[in-house]
Design a protein around this ligand. Sequence first.
Ligand code: BES
Ligand code: MN
Ligand code: ZN
Length: 462
Amino acid sequence: MEIKVSQDVKESEVLVINKFENQMTSQELANKYVVEKDGFEGKFGETYLIHTLGQSSADKILVIGFGKKEEFNADKMREAVAKAVKKLHQIKAQKAIFNFDVNCDYGKSAAIGALIADYAFDKYKSEKAHHLDEITFTNFSQEEINEGIIFGEAMKFTRDLANTPAQFATPAKLAEIAKSIEGIETKVFEKPEIEQMGMGAFLAVAQGSVNSPKFIHMKYSGKNPKKKIALIGKGICFDSGGLDIKPASSMLTMKDDMSGSACVLGVMQALAKLQPECEVHGIIAACENMPSGSSYKPGDILTAKNGKTIEVDNTDAEGRLTLADALCYACELGVDEVIDIATLTGACVVALGSIATGIMGNDEEMIARLIRTAENSGETYWQLPMFKEYFNSLKSDVADMKNTGSRFGGASTAGVFLQEFVKDVKWTHIDIAGTAFLEKPQKEFIAGATGTGVRTLLNYVK
Ligand code: BES
Ligand code: MN
Ligand code: ZN
């Protein structure tokens, strides 16, 4: 779908206009039919389609309810445009002009909404989904629209990758994609180099799979960098649970266990286009968690890059092991802040469902800034505690800590585990286990990968 900006309302297949509650629309024809005759109120998200039968420059006019004018905001703009695009799919339209009468410049939200709603994962289907060829917005600035397009395309990139089955989205594939991003410097460490770096926790998770691990380090260097940030994405290309194998129903969607790394890849390719004044490192410890004769075993004692030892009490708590070594690596880069994003715990899904992303860390100000950024980006983050007592269940008789501990408070327990590998840096952990992948449609999203984290991290870095 192409998104354009044009000041004049040209002839078009469909003209999309808005109606606030208790107000007339910008179109006489719509006022005559929709408002006066049918009493369409314009409640938020309602749609009304008029066939103009030659009485207008458009074949059809689609009216979108914008709700109460004083309650309208950027989130509503995104959702309303998404609603309109879904309606346009329904009527199999190819081209539409959006002529909204709103004062604020909501161009970025509008473009993001359009791209979220036009998304389908139909690469492997014979019958493709309906897509719009072109939409034109009449009263938004080109800059806002351009930024929205970069954000929307980054989300699509991330969603495509997270939706891709594990048979294709392998550690090697992630490495290949990272290397192919223009404007980003990428180094991929192979197994012997990972061994040399002493990443015993990451390697243990990887050792059960025939697909070898890849440690990926991307770097975006903006002009006059004001800040240096490292973004770490959990990159478990498939999580079977390992020898502590998952039941079938829990394993079903575990191709999505690299959603954190897909997010980081999406963010890195967008940064190369946005060119903000900062330095951003994208880090992914990519591997598969598989059961086999060479798998790591419950009871094994692993040594992470920082020398700390870990007794494995469950091979299904693998994400934190790979992140442990990635965190050690990131802390040696001399960055100001480290953020990790991971489909880390089922406990976070139990606590927050698919409605909110869990967030915790060692710096309250940084956490607050990320929560605010999420709110302004159309995402919802909710802070979970990191009381030191959560470490109690991780105490081990034979090593510095266990990897799993208690099921209760599992998201926080994972958080305090990760903290053991963070040194002298502001750090925030983002648990997207519940929000990265939807079992059924939710708001403007279809079922499947959502690209969660992309908008928030892009806005945060900027
Ligand atoms: N990848 C899972 C977490 C997950 C669960 C992501 C549901 C998305 C949806 C993680 O590696 C895992 O298996 N966690 C276990 C840990 C447990 C063994 C302590 C869990 O949460 O059940
Ligand atoms: Mn697991
Ligand atoms: Zn996992």
